[in-house]
Unconditional design. Structure first.
Length: 166
């Protein structure tokens, strides 16, 4: 694949807004390539973005949906040959989250501060978000009860000689 004439930003390689062609062979940057040509004249070309602090899944997002029930009538996009239907403006549905992040150039997003007891639901919802890679940052900081439970469980395992068998 050849991406022609894009304005390239790649700080890791010291490229800050140079107009250039990019060559991709077997999914990797190359010195030369053949195949599909994409005209990126006047467009920005850069590595995919990572949003390290989002609110795209879990209890906080679902609370927002409950508090704004009319929101689902805005920002609607019908099913297409490749996309599922999207709804929501301030609190989009799972499909819209993935599609909108991808359109903005993001490849990865992390749900911030996921409570331990809500982690399963958050991960189930993250699985429904298409296209982008995603993860959850679990909130351990002020959750002393859970941390003490983990500590005590580890102590019981050690005292019974079960450490490493789980």
């Amino acid at each position: 694949m050849i991406i022609k004439g894009g304005i390239v930003y790649d700080p890791a390689n010291g490229i800050y807004g140079d107009e250039m062609d990019l060559f991709i062979d077997k999914g990797r940057m190359a010195l030369q390539a053949k195949g599909e040509v994409i005209d990126a004249s006047g467009l920005l070309v850069m590595p995919g973005g990572v949003d390290a602090h989002t609110h795209i899944a879990g209890k906080k997002v679902n609370t927002g949906r409950i508090m704004s029930p009319n929101d689902s009538r805005q920002g609607t996009e019908p099913r297409s040959a490749v996309c599922r239907p999207s709804t929501g403006y301030t609190v989009p549905n799972c499909y819209a989250m993935g599609y909108r992040y991808a359109r903005m150039g993001y490849t990865t997003a992390f749900e911030a501060a996921t409570p331990i007891l809500e982690a399963r639901h958050t991960h189930e919802e993250l699985e429904e978000i298409p296209i982008i890679d995603k993860g959850a940052l679990t909130l351990f900081g002020s959750n002393w009860q859970v941390m003490e439970c983990v500590r005590d469980k580890d102590r019981r395992r050690r005292s019974m000689g079960l450490w490493g068998q789980c």
